[in-house]
Ligand binder design. Structure first.
Ligand SMILES: Nc1ncnc2c1ncn2[C@@H]1O[C@H](COP(=O)(O)OP(=O)(O)O)[C@@H](O)[C@H]1O
Ligand SMILES: N[C@@H](CC(=O)OP(=O)(O)O)C(=O)O
Length: 453
C-alpha cells in the first residue's frame, strides 16, 4: 500500500486536481491520499492558508470578514466549477467557514488554527467528491477519526495512540482522502502542525498503516542539491538518506518538512518526492542508507531568521553550571535553541528570531547580567544558517577549509561554525545579507567542479 501526499501546488486548481486523480488511478496501490489546501497557481498568487490566516486575524481584530470569506469561497468555487461539481460542495464549504468564524475566540491561537485547518479539510471533502463523480470510489476521512495530538502549549505532535487508531484505515475499500496539517487533542480541540505540516500528516499515515512507500507529490521533479530559486540549474539528488534530508530540510529545503521524516524513519519506509506535473520522472528517494558517490557533499541549504545571544564573562570556563543556568533562562522564556558555540570566556546561543519579542529579549539580557554576573550580554539579529550536508563528509579531509575559503571569497564574515558529532553536516552562521551569495559560492565549490559518478 502506498500513501501519497499532494502539496498545495498539486491541488491549487481544477486542472491540478485532475492530474492528481490520474496519478492515483494509475496505480491501485495508492490507497491513502493526504491533501493540502489549494496553494499558489502562479508565483504571484496567494495560498488559501494565507487567505485563511488573514481572515482569522481580521475576525479577531473586529474587521469586516465578509469580503475575506468571499475570497476563500471564490477559490473553491473556481475549482468546483472547473471540475464540473454541482453546488452541494460549495454550500458545505460556505457553511463550514461561517461556523468556524462565529466560534469561540477566547483562545486566539486555537481560533486561528481552526480557520487555517478549514483549507485542508474542505479541500479533502471536495477532492473525495470529485473522485466519486468520476467513478473512483473515495471516502473523506476526518483527522477526528484518530489523529490524536498532544495538548497546548507544546509544539504539536501525534501521540502514540494516533498510529494505532489510524492503522485501521488500511482495511478501507475506498480510496481515502485525508486532510493534511491538523489533528485533535484527546479533548477534541483542533490543532495544526507548523506551516508545511501536511507532509507530517502523510508521514504519520504511512507509518500507521505500514505503507511500502510514502510518495510526496510537489511541483519540482526532485530534490535539488541547492534551492533552485537561488542556484541556477542545480544538480538533482536521486537518493538521499533520512539523516541528510533531515539536516537539509531543517534549514531551507522547504520541499519536505523536517518533522515529516520521524514517523517513516522509525519504520524504514522509503519516501519518494515526485512531481505532479511530471509524474513519470523518478524523483528523489529518501532511504535509510544509500550507495556512496564520489561527492562528499549531497546538498547545501540556507535559511534566514536567526538571532544570536552573545554572553561573555571572564573565566566562564571555570564556573560550574554556567551553561545550564544560561539555557534555563532561555527555557523559562519558552524558547528552543539551535546551536551553542562557545569559547573560553564566551558563549553564543543561536535561536529562531520568530520566538523572540522585545520584552523577552530585555528580560533575558537583564537576568543573564544580574543572575550570572556576565560582563557583556546582547542580542544580534538577521543571521542565516548555511548547512553543508553529506554522509561522505566524514571521510573527506579539508572540506571545512574549502567551505571557509569559498565563503570568504564572497566577502562575507563567518560568525559561527558548528560541526555535529555525526559529521554529516557543517553549519556556518553568517549575516543574512550574504546568504544567497554564499549559497552560490559553496555550490560552485562543491558541485560545479566535480563530475558526477
Ligand atoms: N533543494 C530544493 N530542491 C527542490 N525544491 C526546493 C529546494 N529548496 C527549496 N525548494 C522549493 O520547494 C518548493 C516545493 O515545496 P512546497 O512549496 O512546500 O510545495 P508543495 O506545494 O508541493 O507543498 C519548490 O517549488 C522549490 O522552489
Ligand atoms: N497549507 C498548509 C500546510 C501545507 O503543508 O501546505 P503545502 O503542502 O502547500 O506546503 C501551509 O500552507 O502551510
Amino acid at each position: 500500500m502506498i500513501v501519497c501526499k499532494f502539496g498545495g501546488t498539486s491541488v491549487a486548481s481544477a486542472e491540478q486536481i485532475k492530474k492528481v486523480a490520474n496519478i492515483v488511478k494509475s496505480n491501485p496501490e495508492r490507497k491513502i491520499v493526504a491533501v493540502s489546501a489549494p496553494g499558489k497557481r502562479s508565483s504571484d498568487d496567494i495560498k488559501v492558508t494565507d487567505l485563511l490566516i488573514d481572515l482569522a486575524e481580521t475576525a479577531l481584530a473586529g474587521g469586516d470578514v465578509e469580503s475575506k470569506i468571499n475570497g476563500v469561497v471564490n477559490r473553491y468555487r473556481d475549482i468546483t466549477d472547473g471540475l464540473g461539481l454541482d453546488n452541494t460542495m460549495m454550500n458545505v464549504i460556505a457553511a463550514d467557514l461561517s461556523e468556524r468564524v462565529q466560534a469561540d475566540r477566547s483562545n486566539k491561537d486555537l481560533f486561528i488554527d481552526s480557520i487555517k485547518a478549514s483549507g485542508e479539510d474542505n479541500n479533502a471533502k471536495l477532492i473525495a467528491s470529485y473522485f466519486n463523480s468520476i467513478g473512483m470510489p473515495a471516502k473523506y476521512v476526518s483527522p477526528k477519526e484518530g489523529l490524536v495530538l498532544n495538548d497546548l502549549p507544546e509544539r504539536t505532535y501525534a501521540l502514540p495512540e494516533a498510529y494505532v487508531n489510524l492503522s485501521k484505515l488500511k482495511d478501507t475499500k475506498e480510496i481515502i482522502i485525508f486532510p493534511g496539517f491538523f489533528g485533535y487533542t484527546k479533548e477534541g480541540i483542533l490543532r495544526t502542525f507548523d506551516r508545511g505540516g501536511s507532509d507530517i500528516t502523510g508521514s504519520i499515515l504511512a507509518s500507521a498503516v505500514g505503507a511500502t512507500l510514502y510518495e510526496n507529490f510537489t511541483d519540482v521533479d526532485c530534490v535539488f542539491a541547492a534551492n533552485p530559486k537561488v542556484v541556477n540549474d542545480p544538480v538533482d539528488i536521486k537518493e538521499i538518506t533520512y539523516r541528510e534530508m533531515r539536516e537539509l530540510s531543517y534549514a531551507g529545503f522547504s520541499v519536505f518538512h523536517d518533522e515529516a521524516l520521524m514517523p517513516v524513519y522509525k519504520q524504514g519506509i522509503p519516501v519518494n518526492i515526485k512531481n505532479t506535473n511530471n509524474p513519470s520522472a523518478p524523483g528523489t528517494r529518501i532511504l535509510p542508507t544509500r550507495i556512496q558517490t564520489n561527492r562528499p557533499v549531497t546538498g547545501i541549504s540556507a535559511d534566514g531568521g536567526f538571532s544570536i545571544l552573545y554572553v561573555s564573562k571572564y573565566l566562564m570556563n571555570r564556573e560550574v553550571g554556567f551553561g545550564r543556568k544560561l539555557l534555563q533562562i532561555i527555557e523559562e522564556e519558552n524558547i528552543s535553541y539551535e546551536h551553542t558555540p562557545s569559547g573560553l570566556d564566551d558563549i553564543s546561543v543561536i535561536m529562531r528570531s520568530n520566538q523572540l519579542t522585545p520584552e523577552k529579549e530585555e528580560r533575558i539580557v537583564a537576568r543573564v547580567k544580574t543572575e550570572l554576573c556576565a560582563d557583556d550580554v546582547h542580542f544580534s539579529h538577521n543571521f542565516s544558517m548555511i548547512v553543508i550536508v553529506g554522509e561522505g563528509m566524514r571521510h573527506n579531509t579539508g572540506l571545512a577549509a574549502r567551505a571557509a575559503t569559498a565563503i570568504s571569497n564572497t566577502g562575507a564574515n563567518i560568525e559561527m561554525i558548528n560541526q555535529g558529532s555525526s559529521e554529516v553536516s557543517l553549519v556556518f552562521g553568517v549575516r543574512s545579507e550574504f546568504e544567497d551569495r554564499i549559497l552560490k559560492g559553496l555550490y560552485e565549490e562543491f558541485f560545479a567542479k566535480i563530475p558526477i559518478s
